[in-house]
Design a protein around this ligand. Structure first.
Ligand code: NAD
Length: 257
């Protein structure tokens, strides 16, 4: 079996990484950074997001497993204290694969799409951002404020939750649109509530200018200078999580608060 390790840049995570390599190597596994079958992410949810983006080009051939060096996270199934159990499971058990869809984001001035496991956000902290939102090509509303967040089911517990968005049960595939500090007054109103929509819809954001806005996708970001239109849909790419033991969604959720 070929594997690689993506570790957070701290001493604790590095020590866990070394133990994993030692143990898997002595069991005949091959460390292959370029073409791994299993990517073990050591750190937190952020490390897993980083790992996913590192292997986007081979996403359908890679399984991910997260080990937390703090407390249990959403994408991490074991803590560092459970490392022995984790390595035993990895070496002895067949994992159940849980798939999570990636959001695809396309800008009108860039041929290369971006992908997000959690969410995409258009954020403007410099000026109030005005943008028209279209769902399946039909005008939905004009948003004014600091921006919008379009999250996946997996991202519903991340930034979306801080915006008052709903937590979405695992197994449901959909998109959730939430405004970021929306301006509401007598001359302008928008829905104000998060809008949960079917996964096969597409959302377009149009503006005369996104010049001081930033596109944030997972832990990454790009400036939106010269962009006029942003198109989002659920892609057919999926992140494959290798689950070696049962760790329920409710338990993951209860760890959050
Ligand atoms: P980060 O890696 O420091 O993560 C910020 C926090 O979000 C961490 O506590 C992490 O465990 C948690 N998180 C990430 N994905 C999650 C998920 N799917 N469910 C529950 N918790 C999750 O921050 P970053 O590198 O700037 O961005 C990574 C992600 O962190 C973003 O995709 C965003 O969703 C989230 N984030 C959330 C907030 C917020 O809630 N206000 C702010 C910044 C980033």
């Amino acid at each position: 079996m070929k594997y690689s390790v993506v570790a957070k840049k701290d001493a604790k995570s590095h020590a866990v990484e070394e133990k994993i390599k030692e143990r898997l190597q002595s069991s005949g596994w091959i460390y292959d950074k370029a073409e791994p079958q299993l990517v073990i992410c050591v750190g937190g949810d952020g490390t897993l997001l980083y790992g996913v983006h590192q292997y986007l080009h081979r996403i359908s051939e890679v399984n991910f497993l997260g080990i937390h060096t703090g407390t249990l996270g959403f994408f991490t199934d074991y803590t560092e204290e459970e490392l022995e159990e984790c390595l035993h499971d990895v070496l002895e058990k067949e994992p159940v694969i849980f798939e999570s869809g990636l959001l695809k984001i396309k800008l009108d001035n860039n041929p290369n799409p971006y992908y997000a496991l959690n969410e995409m956000r258009v954020e403007n902290i410099v000026k109030s951002q005005i943008m028209d939102i279209y769902v399946d090509g039909e005008f939905f509303e004009t948003c004014r404020g600091s921006g919008i967040c379009l999250s996946t089911q997996a991202g519903s517990t991340a930034y979306n939750r801080s915006l008052g968005g709903a937590v979405i049960d695992c197994g449901l595939s959909l998109m959730q649109l939430a405004e970021i500090t929306a301006i509401q007054h007598s001359k302008h109103r928008s829905l104000g509530n998060p809008y949960i929509m079917m996964e096969n819809r597409h959302v377009t954001m149009k503006s005369e200018t996104f010049d001081t806005a930033i596109l944030c996708y997972d832990h990454l970001n790009v400036p939106l200078e010269a962009t006029k239109e942003i198109y989002c849909e659920m892609s057919n790419r999926k992140v494959r999580f290798a689950r070696y033991r049962h760790y329920s969604y409710l338990r993951r959720l209860k760890n959050l608060y």
